[in-house]
Write a protein of this length. Structure first.
Length: 73
């Protein structure tokens, strides 16, 4: 089992190094930039979901107005 895991790690490092690395940046630096962006996007999606859920009992016009304003953010 350990041999399989090591093989997967080697292949992952190879592919990540090939497609996400360059002369000036390493794939680990790219991943360290991507993770905070993904977390931020998840929070934004959750806030839009909560806003829509809170206003959903007010009717379709209110939901569309909130969604329109959320899209401006």
């Amino acid at each position: 089992m350990s041999k399989i895991i090591m093989n997967v790690k080697k292949r992952a490092n190879f592919w990540l190094g090939k497609y996400l690395s360059g002369d000036s940046i390493h794939f680990k630096e790219v991943i360290s930039i991507i993770i905070p962006i993904l977390v931020d996007q998840a929070f934004l999606i959750l806030m839009i979901l909560f806003n829509t859920a809170m206003i959903s009992s007010s009717g379709t016009e209110a939901v569309s107005a909130v969604n329109m304003v959320d899209s401006l953010r």
